[in-house]
Design a protein around this ligand. Structure first.
Ligand code: LLP
Length: 414
């Protein structure tokens, strides 16, 4: 319970969020709990204890350098989707042998960087394989590759975050597997070390992972029958978290691992690539209420945070829980919580029963650690918000607020 109420005030570990809000120079901001991050990582490392396996944390979910260093210290590997993510992973000190480069549009420059640093690389398509071959040839270096396979298992999630079905833009066409194997066999610089899949995100049923594992094990057998010797089965990420807070049973990392353990072949290292389930519930997005208004039959709480800093509700119609950080005693109404950005898609939450707050009251969007700051933008010239980390009773700024000056620097054209 890293975030909890005491006497009507929301705390992050030992610190009252209202005190933090009054103490820091700007609003809105992101606030993280180190204890929660440690607990989430430990849930994976305990579940995998004694197994030949490692966790590759998906950096795309949250790329804060301090948090990456913490995860690396806990023993995590990293999953990358761009050359810049590779650079930040190196800056955070991740071991390249526990680093996997995914993506359906990796550029030659990015691939050269990956080959240079001995990162495991996923083969996503015919052209992607050709680019990996070029990168390895240009550097005259061996590249370790995994083939990204579409197990064609429906993750039963929002279509924008479903990635493992036949018509997805990711992975190879399975019927072309033999062609890929032949190409790899004929290139002395390519070393086929594994297979990869990623079914989607916000998955709430472990059966989905079991179905995919069964398919992937069949592929491993077929590839072994062709004379290759695979080392890795990478099952991707995707475990959901309890955004809705309805008391629904969300599978734990242990449940996920237990559901697939008996299927895993001997001598294979399992890789899991969680993002959301490691970082999602470690943070809240802290806002201040700018005002309250009513138009027609609708009531609105207007906050200083917006879709620019947290776009998931606008983009996916995603639900993230919203609550006040202090006692509020006004009349209870059904509110849309909206930001100041000039379009009606700008909302943080819809139809929430909340007491009417005064101006300046603190309000948080919960479970804001994954795909929130990482997806923020400068729309309406909103600046990237700062991030703070709580460790017990200690508060540290782990990303300063972006300033207009920072932003204007991109127009300094020599
Ligand atoms: N591995 C691969 C290959 C991925 O594409 C992803 C996420 C992950 C691992 C991590 O998945 P996770 O454990 O975080 O579910 N922006 C969306 C989520 C997009 C996820 C994309 N891929 C959202 O805000 O819900």
């Amino acid at each position: 319970m890293s975030f909890h109420y005491k006497n009507g005030y929301l705390y992050c570990e030992d610190l009252r969020i209202k005190d933090i809000q009054q103490q820091v120079p700007s609003s809105p901001f992101y606030l993280y709990s180190l204890a929660q991050l440690e607990a989430n990582y430990a849930a994976y490392s305990h579940a995998l204890e004694g197994m030949d396996a490692f966790v590759g944390y998906a950096i795309k979910a949250n790329n804060n350098l301090t948090l990456l260093k913490r995860l690396r210290e806990m023993g995590s590997g990293a999953v990358l989707v761009s050359g810049n993510e590779l650079q930040i992973a190196l800056a955070a000190g991740f071991d390249a042998r526990q680093t996997i480069f995914n993506g359906n549009g990796k550029t030659l420059d990015e691939l050269r960087l990956a080959v240079e640093h001995n990162v495991l690389i996923n083969v996503d398509s015919e052209f992607d394989l050709a680019h990996i071959q070029q990168a390895a040839a240009q550097l005259d270096k061996l590249a370790d590759v995994l083939i990204r396979i579409n197990p064609d298992v429906d993750a039963e999630v929002h279509p924008y975050v479903s990635t493992g079905i036949k018509n997805s833009k990711f992975g190879i066409r399975n019927e072309r597997l033999d062609w890929f194997l032949a190409e790899i066999r004929n290139d002395a610089r390519l070393n086929l070390v594994g297979v990869h899949c990623h079914l989607g995100s916000t998955i709430k049923k472990v059966r989905v992972f079991r179905d995919a594992t069964e398919r992937m094990v069949e592929f491993i057998r077929a590839i072994h029958a062709e004379g290759f010797r695979l080392r890795y089965l990478n099952l991707g990420g995707g475990l959901g978290i309890d955004y809705e807070r309805t008391g629904e049973d969300i599978p734990t990392p242990r449940a996920l691992v237990d559901s697939i353990n008996d299927l895993l072949p001997e001598d294979i290292t399992l890789i899991i690539e969680p993002g959301r389930s490691i970082i999602g519930d470690t943070a809240v997005f802290v806002n201040s209420v700018t005002g309250v208004k009513t138009n027609g039959s609708k009531h609105f709480i207007v906050t200083d945070g917006s879709m620019a800093e947290l776009i998931r509700p606008s983009l996916y119609d995603a639900y993230q829980h919203i609550q006040f950080i202090e006692p509020v005693i006004g009349k209870v109404e059904t509110y849309d919580i909206v930001g100041p950005v000039c379009e009606s898609a700008d909302f943080l939450g819809k139809a929430r029963e909340l007491p009417t707050p005064d101006e300046g009251v603190g309000l948080v969007v919960c479970d804001a650690g994954a795909y929130c700051h990482a997806m923020s933008s400068n729309y309406n010239l909103k600046m990237q918000p700062p991030e703070y980390l709580v460790d017990g009773d200690k508060l540290t700024c782990i990303r300063r607020a972006e300033t207009l000056e920072d932003y204007l620097r991109v127009f300094d054209i020599p």
